[in-house]
Design a binder for this molecule. Structure first.
Ligand SMILES: NC(=O)c1ccc[n+]([C@@H]2O[C@H](COP(=O)([O-])OP(=O)(O)OC[C@H]3O[C@@H](n4cnc5c(N)ncnc54)[C@H](O)[C@@H]3O)[C@@H](O)[C@H]2O)c1
Length: 397
């Protein structure tokens, strides 16, 4: 595939580096940046000819198969509309829109144009995430009850992120979009998100938007999903997920302090890892940062899906659901109430109820708990199926 990159900033470089690594066959061949000198530098760094400061020219260039949107959030809508008009396949970075309504317009446009559209949610493609999804799908954790996803760092690297109008919010729109989609995958995307309770505050920075937020999303099957996001965290970038099921647990640390520790008095200088705050003392680099963040797996899925005429794992519809959940979170942070997730277009299951299968111990009793005590005794806590009476049985070890 020949790819037009829109934007030449932070994520455009991460994407291009991932796309051009290790003999991959899909290449960036054109870049748009509003600043022509930046476009030229990007083209030269990644070894191709075509660059422009005209977005339409990049999208409509006859050699371009796929457009990759790496622009600030307020420009995603305009770029998607231009791709739909040109009938060019499109991949868009997160968050899809600044609101559910904006994301829905983008979803409608790509579906009406009949073009392929992928949502670039890299953290749903990290090696640890994919492996954990496999074991959850195989039933290793039983029924998923609770998920928690945390993304915190000392704040983003460009002015527009801090501008509520341009980004659509603060730390929550920027980071919770990842956490929400991680939770949705673990719980099951077919399960409807019902309502959200959220705390958000501006604890440190002189901005209008929130720089710290915590939220809870209730799902139709009784599962609960928690996000923790912050632009106030000091010490690098913390990306951790937890899943609790009736039969098991998963804890994932994707990035900070994952088994690579180095000390330097400062001689090496330079880049350590995304959002690392220091370059001397004890440092925690990341072996292959792009891979640990999921970019290569994500692009493999996107381009394979396009070729195989199937949907990728992360679609514009997913981006829309995430935005709708974020809308409810922003509303809840204001009203201090549980707020419903408004999904005018729901494509998953309806009428799911909480399945609370009780473990039967014998004909008369349910088993509540079984535990071996320090003295070797075995204790059983049972509930009578008819009377509801609770009692324990102790067998001496
Ligand atoms: N993990 C991830 O998936 C991830 C990480 C970082 C950023 N992002 C997303 O990528 C997008 C870009 O973020 P970034 O970190 O690359 O930002 P950035 O500021 O580093 O780069 C933005 C690019 O857009 C250009 N730009 C800025 N304002 C513009 C305007 N008004 N008109 C035209 N071009 C303009 C800039 O010159 C630059 O090339 C955002 O949507 C962000 O949420 C995703």
């Amino acid at each position: 595939m020949k790819i037009a990159m829109l934007g030449s900033g932070f994520i455009a470089r991460f994407y291009a580096t991932s796309l051009h690594a290790q003999r991959r066959i899909d290449r960036v061949t054109m870049v748009y940046s509003r600043n022509k000198a930046n476009a030229q530098r990007f083209a030269s760094d990644y070894g191709f000819e075509d660059f422009t400061d005209d977005m339409a020219e990049a999208i409509n260039h006859p050699s371009v198969d796929v457009v990759l949107i790496s622009l600030p959030n307020h420009l995603h809508g305009e770029a998607v509309a231009a791709c739909a008009k040109a009938k060019k396949h499109v991949l868009c970075t997160k968050p899809l829109g600044r609101t559910g309504a904006e994301a829905k317009r983008m979803l409608n446009q790509v579906e009406e144009a009949g073009i392929f559209a992928g949502y670039l949610e890299d953290l749903c493609y990290t090696p640890k995430f994919l492996k954990s999804m496999e074991s959850i799908k195989a039933g290793a954790l039983g029924r998923i009850l609770w998920t928690k996803s945390r993304e915190t760092h000392p704040g983003p690297h460009s002015d527009w992120f801090w501008d509520k109008e341009k980004s659509g919010g603060g730390a929550m729109i920027d980071l919770a979009c990842h956490c929400i989609e991680i939770g949705r995958n673990y719980i099951g995307k077919h399960v409807k998100p019902i309502e959200v309770s959220c705390w958000a505050a501006t604890q440190v920075h002189p901005i209008d938007a929130e720089d710290h937020a915590i939220g809870l999303i209730k799902y139709a099957n009784g599962a609960i999903s928690q996000f923790e996001v912050s632009w106030c965290f000091r010490g690098g970038m913390d990306l951790r997920d937890e899943v609790m099921g009736t039969e098991g647990t998963i804890w994932i640390n994707n990035f900070l302090r994952t088994g690579f520790e180095t000390f330097t008095t400062g001689g090496g200088g330079g880049y350590v890892a995304e959002k690392a705050e220091v370059d001397k003392g004890w440092l925690f680099p990341v072996g292959d940062e792009a891979h640990e963040l999921g970019y290569p797996n994500m692009f493999t899925d996107m381009f394979s899906a396009l070729e195989e005429k199937r949907e990728p794992l992360e679609t514009f519809y997913d981006g829309y659901v995430v935005n709708a959940i974020l809308d409810a979170a922003y509303k809840s942070a204001k009203t201090k109430l549980w707020e419903p997730v408004v999904l005018e277009d729901w494509r998953g299951d309806e009428g799911v109820t909480y399945a609370n299968e009780k473990a039967s111990y014998d004909a008369d009793h349910f088993l509540i708990k079984e535990e071996k005590l320090p003295n070797g005794d075995m204790k059983l806590i049972l509930k009578h199926k008819v009377s509801g009476e609770l009692h324990q049985r102790v067998s001496h070890g």
